[in-house]
Design a protein around this ligand. Structure first.
Ligand code: XIL
Length: 382
C-alpha cells in the first residue's frame, strides 16, 4: 500500500534527518522504499510521540526516527528509576534517551514526578516501621522534584508532574482504596496538598518547563468533572499548571455494560473532555495512546488470547477504523491539543502484553515485524 515513494514536504520535516533514514532503508533493499512519515504528515497539527524504554530505543530506532518527533521515557524517569534509595539519583538510562532525542531533533516529555505507583517504599517510611511525617514526606517530594527537574532542565520541555490523583468516581485517590495497588500514600500522609506542592516545586526547579496533570479514563463524566474542578482550583490558587495529559488507553470495542468504564469510551465523551479542559485555557496532550483489541470487562480464557495468527485482518480493520475516528477528533481539536504520544512503537513491545496478564495484545500502529498496520494507513488518510 505504501509502495509508491511519496515525496514528503521538506519544510515540514520533523525529527528525522530524513535523507539518512530513508537512505538507510533503501540500502537494505528488501523493503519497499519509504513509508511516509507519520510525524511529517502531522507536522501542521501536533508532534507525534512514542514511549520508549532502554531496549526499544535501540531495537526500534529506525521506526522512531522515521515516524516520531517526540519521546517519553516509559519507566526511566519514574521515582523508583531515578531515586531508588534515598539521595542516590541514577539518571543513566534517562540520559541516554535525552541524548537520542537531542541527536534526532525530537522533543522530550518528562514522565512522571509524583505517582502512587513505581515509587519506592522508603519514600513513605519513617525507617522504624511507620509512616514518614508530613514534614519529612513534603521535604522528600520537594528534593526529588528539585533534583530531577533540575537535572533535565533544558532537555525535558514538559513534565507530567502528578499522575492519576483522581479515581473513576471523581473522588481523590486516597490511602484507603480497596485494591492495595490503587492506594496513594502521598494522599494518605499529605492529603491533597501534595498536588499543589509538586507543581510549585517543579516550577521553581525549571520555570521554563510546561507542567501537566496526567490522568486516565478522562472520558468518564464524573472523573472528567472532578479533574476539571481540581485544575480550576489550582489555577485560582495561582499554582503553575499549564496543561492536562489524557492517557487515552483505548480499546477497539466500547463496552456495552454501563458499569464498565469503557461504556463511556466514545468520541463524544472524549470531545467533551477536551473542550472542558481547554475552556480553562490549558493545553491538552494526549500522552499514552494505544488501543487494546480485547473487549473491556469481558473475561478471556488463555485459550482465547489472540495471537499473531488469530489477530485477523478483520480485527485489524476494526481497530483501524476506531483509530481513524479518534485521530479525526484530535485533528479537529488541534488548537487545544499540542502533542499526541503513543504508549509504545510496535506490537512486539507493549505494556499491555506484559502488565499483569501474559495476554498478547496488538495495540499500536506497527506490527510485531515493525510493518505499518491498517491503523497506520487509516490515520495517514486525511
Ligand atoms: C507502565 C509501563 O508501560 C510499564 O512498563 C510498567 O511496568 C508500568 O507502567 N499509565 C502511566 C504509565 O502513566 O506510566 C504506565 O506505564 C501505563 C499507565
Amino acid at each position: 500500500m505504501w509502495l509508491a515513494c511519496s515525496k514528503a514536504p521538506e519544510a515540514a520535516s520533523p525529527a528525522s534527518p530524513t535523507g539518512a533514514a530513508e537512505g538507510a532503508q533503501a540500502a537494505v533493499g528488501a523493503e519497499p522504499a519509504a513509508v511516509p512519515s507519520l510525524a511529517r504528515k502531522y507536522a501542521d497539527f501536533f508532534p507525534i510521540g512514542a514511549a520508549v524504554n532502554s531496549r526499544t530505543l535501540k531495537s526500534h530506532a529506525d521506526l522512531l526516527v522515521q515516524h516520531f518527533n517526540s519521546i517519553t521515557a516509559e519507566n526511566e524517569m519514574k521515582f523508583e528509576s531515578v531515586q531508588p534509595t534515598e539521595g542516590n539519583f541514577t539518571f543513566g538510562p534517562a540520559d541516554e534517551m535525552v541524548a537520542f532525542a537531542r541527536q534526532h531533533g525530537m522533543k522530550m516529555r518528562g514522565h512522571t514526578l509524583v505517582w502512587h505507583r513505581q515509587t519506592p517504599d522508603w519514600v513513605f517510611s519513617n525507617g522504624a516501621g511507620g509512616n514518614a511525617s508530613k514534614e519529612v514526606l513534603l521535604a522528600r517530594l520537594e528534593k526529588h522534584i528539585a533534583t530531577v527537574v533540575g537535572h533535565f532542565k533544558g532537555s525535558v520541555y514538559v513534565w507530567d508532574v502528578v499522575n492519576e490523583a483522581i479515581m473513576d468516581d471523581g473522588k481523590f485517590r486516597t490511602a484507603e482504596e480497596q485494591e492495595p495497588d490503587q492506594r496513594s500514600k502521598w494522599h494518605g500522609i499529605l492529603g491533597t496538598s501534595y498536588i499543589a506542592a509538586a507543581f510549585r516545586a517543579a516550577h521553581a526547579a525549571d520555570p521554563g518547563a510546561k507542567l501537566f496533570y496526567n490522568e486516565y479514563r478522562n472520558y468518564l463524566p464524573a472523573k472528567r468533572q472532578a479533574v476539571y474542578e481540581m485544575l480550576k482550583g489550582l489555577l485560582a490558587d495561582g499554582v503553575p499548571v499549564h496543561g492536562v495529559g489524557l492517557q487515552a488507553h483505548l480499546s477497539t470495542e466500547q463496552s456495552t455494560d454501563p458499569s464498565n468504564h469503557a461504556y463511556y469510551q466514545s468520541i463524544e465523551e472524549l470531545e467533551k473532555t477536551i473542550q472542558l479542559y481547554a475552556s480553562l485555557g490549558l493545553e491538552v496532550h494526549v500522552t499514552e495512546v494505544d488501543m487494546s483489541v480485547y473487549v473491556p470487562g469481558q473475561k478471556y480464557e488463555p485459550s482465547q488470547f489472540l495471537t499473531v495468527e488469530t489477530f485477523t485482518p478483520e480485527l485489524e480493520a476494526r481497530q483501524a477504523e476506531r483509530y481513524g475516528q479518534f485521530f479525526e477528533l484530535f485533528r479537529k481539536h488541534q488548537q487545544a491539543i499540542t502533542s499526541v504520544t503513543f504508549w509504545g512503537i510496535a506490537d512486539d513491545e507493549t505494556w499491555l502484553s506484559q502488565f499483569r496478564s501474559r495476554r498478547t495484545d496488538f495495540p499500536l500502529l506497527f506490527d510485531t515485524k515493525h510493518r505499518p498496520k491498517q491503523a497506520f494507513e487509516r490515520i495517514m488518510k486525511f
